[in-house]
Ligand binder design. Structure first.
Ligand SMILES: *[C@@H]1O[C@H](CO)[C@@H](O)[C@H](O)[C@H]1NC(C)=O
Length: 212
């Protein structure tokens, strides 16, 4: 279990350091906001790199990579995106738009296993599936798949428009139900569109896609 725990520690450190950054960032120049600890209802209008809130007029220079760390309710997923180099680059790339379907931390916590674990690995390789260098790579690949399954390479993404995530598994689309966006076919509620930026939108979702 050594390498798995190394990975866990790494993820924890990443999560912790991103949290630290968020805190540093919060303490930064903006003198206002008493609302430190609130589970973040995104005050997208303040701060030095405010994403174009609401109106979404192109976002100027603000990229998805700039806003991923802002909302603590998704900081686990945000840290995963930074662990996948191709995704990290994409979210910083003005030439490639994305709609990020970021599961809340609580939805990731509710998973029956960790996002980097795959039951077929345990079936074929046994309990040591994530040990050693091979194991670490396997976990990294699985984590990349999890992240890719939650990024639609299109933005704006119109209602009803069929799309495939970067992972390229079955098609997804969304529809409005009682004033809420719902991702189909898994019926996952979109909690909010947290940010609109120059290269796409960050949606917070109340579940995790079933992509395997
Ligand atoms: C990418 O997103 C921006 C900001 O919403 C938008 O102005 C632009 O048209 C999009 N580009 C494509 C190719 O969809």
């Amino acid at each position: 279990m050594k390498s798995l725990s190394v990975l866990c520690i790494h993820l924890l450190i990443t999560a912790a350091s991103s949290q630290l950054l968020v805190q540093l960032f919060d303490h930064d120049p903006a003198p206002q906001q008493p609302q430190q600890q609130q589970p973040l209802q995104m005050d997208t209008s303040s701060g030095p790199v405010g994403p174009t809130n609401g109106g979404g007029s192109g976002g100027g220079g603000v990229m998805l990579s700039d806003v991923m760390g802002r909302d603590r309710s998704i900081n686990v997923f945000a840290s995963f995106t930074r662990d996948v180099p191709a995704i990290e680059r994409r979210l910083d790339d003005a030439a490639h738009n994305s709609t990020i379907l970021a599961p809340r931390n609580s939805a990731i916590d509710r998973l029956p296993r960790k996002p980097w674990e795959d039951p077929t690995d345990y079936e074929t390789l046994g309990a040591n599936a994530y040990e050693g260098d091979d194991g670490r790579e396997r976990a990294q690949r699985n984590l990349a798949r999890f992240v890719e399954a939650h990024i639609v390479p299109t933005s704006p993404w119109r209602e009803g428009e069929r799309a495939r995530t970067i992972l390229g598994d079955r098609e997804v689309w969304w529809e409005n139900k009682d004033g809420k966006k719902v991702i189909q076919p898994d019926n996952i509620e979109v909690d909010s569109v947290a940010s609109r930026t120059g290269n796409g939108e960050l949606w917070i979702i109340n579940g995790v896609r079933n992509y395997s």
